[in-house]
Design a binder for this molecule. Structure first.
Ligand code: GDP
Ligand code: MG
Length: 395
């Protein structure tokens, strides 16, 4: 094992150095606070000493011995047996490099043993990574993982908690929650969070098909009419499906609001003129072909993205985070300030929302939690998002 001492002004800072030098598998072996006094003891300076270590595997020493890995007695016995078999074979074959290929003549049985060993080592590797944090923190770290918070954020939070834990004698879940909320709050508070401004006339609602754009427009429009007493109308550019037009017309009918259908830029311009007497105009778009850059270019030519408009990107929480990130990338040339996340009733993990907001420095306007129009929508608020993140813990 390679061991080294690190000095820094905080534990997270020290952890950064540890990771940079020893990698993600490093384990913290010891840490302490160091107080240095200057000017006859009148100024005290606090710093931290962290001793970290990492298991080292020599390049041509393919098989680590069980002694350096944390494992159960049963695992160890099995591991010892496999190691002995492999090492016997290695000695027999020297001076050949120890690689598993057709030429070494390793039997099928031994090959299987090596595969078993590899998966055993992989599971142990997970254990050692976890061992970076004290046991008391592990259930909380696990909760953050379940919420699908990004690895990067989990590491930042874990380090902060570790520092707190280092100074306090005990730690409990509600303390962890408080510290985590403070940390996430700091990261999110500079982002625009909150619903429609009601100051910009045109509301562009963008996003892939099926995420809930039209339903969300109906919910936002109903609020604007019922709560804010606004005169509203709709323009749809989603002309590919008759059903999509009918769907919007139905909602518009209930709100007694006009709908214009724009097949092209000229229609769109005419629709804007026709609806100029209204307070707010909701623009429903087609989500088709968002993977093609051309689609986003067409969209840009078709609808208004000026200072009279505000634009929202709608993403469904049922979509994988990686796919959501691709969608955001695809729309990056458009001036989108805020996300709307739909279908949060269909997931238990809220981390993705927070990950994307931080990653793309975009705010949040609303999140929707069901199919009912107009009730299943919540205007975003920073504290509500933070509480939502910990809602699963209270269930
Ligand atoms: N569970 C759930 N379903 C939703 C939510 N929002 C929309 N949907 C459903 O998602 C489907 C697609 O919605 P739609 O508004 O037509 O999506 P669009 O293609 O983006 O316009 C419909 O069945 C909606 O009822 C939500 O918050 N939760
Ligand atoms: Mg639609």
């Amino acid at each position: 094992m390679k061991m080294k001492k690190y000095y820094a002004s905080s534990i997270p800072e020290a952890m950064k150095q540890v990771r940079a030098e020893l990698g993600e598998d490093a384990v913290i072996l010891n840490s302490k606070v160091i107080i240095t006094k200057k000017f006859f003891g009148m100024i005290k300076k606090k710093s931290f000493e962290v001793v970290a270590g990492v298991d080292t595997i020599e390049p041509n020493h393919v098989v680590p011995t069980p002694a350096i890995l944390p494992a159960t007695t049963k695992d160890n016995a099995r591991l010892q047996e496999i190691t002995n078999a492999i090492q016997a074979k290695i000695h027999q074959d020297q001076p050949q490099p120890v690689t598993v290929n057709e030429d070494t003549g390793i039997s099928e049985e031994l090959r299987k043993e090596i595969a078993d060993l590899k998966s055993l080592m992989q599971s142990m590797h997970k254990k050692t990574t976890k061992a970076q944090y004290p046991d008391e923190l592990l259930p909380f770290i696990e909760y953050l993982k379940q919420q699908e918070l990004s690895e990067e954020l989990i590491t930042t939070i874990g380090d902060e908690l570790f520092m707190y834990f280092r100074e306090a004698s005990e730690i409990n879940f509600s303390q962890c929650k408080l510290i985590t909320k403070n940390l996430l709050r700091k990261k999110l508070e500079s982002l625009p969070i909150g619903g429609l401004s009601y100051e910009r006339k045109y509301i562009n609602v963008l996003g892939p098909t099926g995420v809930g754009k039209t339903t969300t427009i109906a919910k936002m429009a109903a609020r604007a009419v019922l709560e804010k007493k606004k005169k509203i109308g709709f323009i749809t550019t989603d002309t590919y499906r008759i059903a999509a037009i009918e769907q919007l017309k139905t909602y518009a009918g209930l709100l007694q609001a006009p709908v214009e259908i724009a097949y092209n830029a000229t229609d769109f311009e005419q629709a804007i003129q026709k609806l100029s007497y209204l307070d707010l105009v909701f623009i429903d778009t087609a989500g088709r072909n968002y993977k093609e850059t051309k689609y986003v270019d067409d969209l840009q030519r078709l609808i208004k993205f000026d200072d009279q408009a505000e634009s929202f990107l709608v993403l469904a929480m049922t979509t994988k985070e990686k796919d959501m990130a691709n969608i955001v990338d695809q729309f990056k040339q458009l001036p989108i300030e805020k996300f709307i996340f739909t279908k949060i009733d269909e997931t238990n993990s809220i981390g993705t929302m927070i990950n994307l907001m931080i990653k793309y420095t975009k705010g949040l306007a609303y999140y929707t939690n069901g199919q009912e129009v107009p009730e299943d929508i919540e205007e975003a608020d920073l504290e509500a998002v933070l509480n939502l993140f910990f809602q699963g813990e209270e269930k």
